[in-house]
Write a protein that binds this ligand. Sequence first.
Ligand SMILES: [Zn+2]
Length: 318
Amino acid sequence: MMGASKNFPLQGLDAFFHSLQDRLEGAGFHPALSLSGPFGVGKKTLAYSLARGFLCATPGKLGGCGTCPSCRDVDRGMSVDLLVLERPVGKRNIPVKMVRELLGSMQIASQGDHGKVALLLGAEALGIEGQNSLLKGLEEPEGGNRWILTTTRPEALLPTVRSRVQQLQIPLLPLSAVKESLVSLRGILPADADFLAELSGGSMGKAYWVLDHFGSDWKSLLLPLKECCEPDRSRGPDLAIALEEILQKVPIEGGASEKRSFLDALFQLLTEILRQMGRFEACDRVLEARELLSRSIPLTPVLRKLAVDLSMNPDLNG
Ligand SMILES: [Zn+2]
């Protein structure tokens, strides 16, 4: 066992790890995996852990042995058999050229005895063309090669991609566990921790993301969002204005793409608030807005449309 409890953000997921270890010792994993779950749930940590185990000199152990040269190389980011691809900073998508280069590199023989592992982090940033380029690699991994995709939006992957991968969904934690961690590890007041645990939807990393990005103002910045989500809100702040205010107040490093990524994370927080309120129709509207966000549509109309969609309140009328 790799000590998941020490491995933030995967704390509390020991049962899930045991089930993966059982699968590793039993039927094993498909050579192409897709790890999904909301942001902060631990997809990247798990992807690296799986990769380390696949490449380890002693196979069959989730997370690897941690001490062999292969495991050490993975930890230092020096493994020649581990190829990592993600959206470059400042780019909307992962360029197709980079996908093709990755496919080419995967065809060169591995240095170790266990093939190569390609990690594709944030696979929703692959365009259609990028996904199509990937198909052949996913279908016929050669020489013991493996693919691991991570995504917050599995629905953004083409059916042809989804059918070629084994999908693993990382489970969410009970909100009480998130709350407990926030109180004991981050010194958050219990009443505030309740609200933040709700926002996290069971993703520990999401709660920590809020604290890291919003600082001590997190509550005053995010409470208006909650008010905007109330089903009956003839008064109160306008959602589009509340979101724009957050965008102005919270420093976001990078360019326009980073701003969209930040907003995508905010939309996921909104989804959690709406889900807690039982507004499942409204959650679907937010999902649509996330889809618009991933395209080249200007932000203002996206925010405006979402504000109107949520104020129409289909959950109560329908
Ligand atoms: Zn090892």
